[in-house]
Ligand binder design. Structure first.
Ligand SMILES: [Zn+2]
Length: 178
């Protein structure tokens, strides 16, 4: 029986468990025009980032990002499958669809330095994901930064001004206007 998944949290759970079935695990959430499964997450209000679900699955199972010039390729020819055992790294010459459709940063294409890619809204979202129990390497894979960077952000070593305002709860009463 093929598992069909639409829920991002369930997707993460399967990858974490690591006991992948022999059959395909199919993503029944969003797809692109080529029929590949896409995960969508909010970058900030009104702006969404998207990423191939199979690429994210392979990166998480390998514990590292794929180089930008490499793609996650299917052994099973099932474009909505994200079973890491059915995926492997390949080059553009090997019928590689995914690089041009990969849109982690719709407004900042071409940015290279990991920290330069992150906006304040990203950092707020990362803190939110961390508070919901997502692992640092999972958050890193979504935002295209490594686990160490996520760790520093969640500890507040970077972006301290964001960190403070996101964690303060509840916000102190404002002095009354006169
Ligand atoms: Zn498969």
């Amino acid at each position: 029986m093929t598992a069909r998944i639409t829920n991002f949290q369930r997707f993460l759970q399967i990858i974490r468990d690591g006991n992948y079935p022999e059959t395909c695990i199919e993503w029944w959430g969003g797809k692109n025009s080529h029929g590949y499964g896409l995960v969508t997450f909010s970058i900030r209000s009104g702006l969404e980032g998207r990423m191939y679900v199979h690429r994210l699955a392979l990166e998480l199972s390998l514990g590292r990002e794929l180089r930008d010039d490499l793609c996650a390729l299917h052994r099973c020819d099932n474009r909505i499958c994200f079973n890491p055992d059915h995926l492997y790294e390949g080059t553009h010459s090997q019928n590689c669809q995914d690089s041009h459709d990969r849109e982690r940063r719709p407004s900042r294409k071409g940015s290279r330095h990991p920290l330069a890619k992150l906006t304040e809204a990203d950092v707020t979202e990362m803190i939110r994901m961390g508070s919901q129990g997502m692992l640092q390497r999972e958050i890193g894979a979504v935002f295209g930064v490594n686990q160490q960077t996520v760790s520093k952000i969640l500890r507040g070593d970077r972006w301290t001004h964001i960190d403070k305002s996101s964690r303060q709860s509840p916000s102190p009463a404002q002095p009354e206007a006169r």
